[in-house]
Design a protein around this ligand. Sequence first.
Ligand code: TXA
Ligand code: MG
Length: 331
Amino acid sequence: MQTTVLNEGDLGSAIDWLRQGEVVAFPTETVYGLGADGLDAVACAKIFEVKGRPSDNPLILHVLGVDGLEQFTRGPVPALARALTNAFWPGPLTIVLPSNREVPSIVRAGLDTVAIRAPAHPVARTLIEALGHPVAAPSANRSGRPSPTTAQAVLDDLNGRIRYIVDGGQTLVGVESTVVDCTTQPLTLLRPGGLSLEMITSVVGEVQLSNSEGPARSPGMKYRHYAPKAPVIWIQSRDRDFVRKTLDALQREYGTIALASPEPLGLKVNGGIVSLGPDETSAAHRLFYALRQLDSDAPSAIAVVWDSNQGIGRAVANRVEKAAAGRVVAP
Ligand code: TXA
Ligand code: MG
């Protein structure tokens, strides 16, 4: 299948293709999504096939607003879920609630809950509105790879596997939405993301962190994730001397080391360098792009310097942790 990249002002063929029960990659404010008609089980099966996604990992239903939450969940929407959506939708927040029967089982991966989010990006909203159904969409990467934040990154992973990619430029947030389970008391943070934990607790009070030792409540979090081809090493410090010594040791052990680090850099390595910028927001915006960019030179390993859990920094730390899969160097 030939893959065509569409301009974001030219959505007609993408809409027709979705209406025919096919999949389209499109920008959201977090990362690019791989969407299909969320009420069409056959269309949604194509998402799993294109991504190589395990069938026990459920999809997020993208809706326009709170009406969508009411329409696809069972029972009254709990007050705290309503408070969160009133405060933060449309935006990078996904709510998990008991599902109703209209949502195909394949979207929920057989669970009796459903994950729902109202994206803010105009392209995503236009597609949902034109389809007249929610759009089921995971991130538009091949399963296990860093999520795509540009149309080129989608193309790198899915060229020849999908018909259309809508190009909306580089995504604003850069990490995926925050997933909050609203079936528990207190609410549970299943995946840190583009909306910070601090913002969430400012509206709903206490939120519990999901226990990664326990049963996988957010099935997606148990898989190898966000990984470029080169192994990723997480340097959990910003101390100049410690980072310098660690990079020297890694170069001796691995060979070519590429580096992603916050500014000020002042660091040299024998491979490529991408800056994560001055703060948590810039790091989130650039992280997945940096991993893909550094990987394109085929280094022996990629070192990522990151030590913050503040705000959206929690999502950055979480994605680096997953990408590093246990390769962590701490002082
Ligand atoms: O920002 C985002 O959320 C992007 C854009 C495209 O909207 N989408 C995204 O989807 O990141 P995906 O499939 O890559 O991640 C969805 C996450 C997974 O960790 C999945 O396990 C979890 O949401 N999830 C989906 N349905 C769930 C449910 N019923 N219960 C618990 N977790 C669920
Ligand atoms: Mg994903």
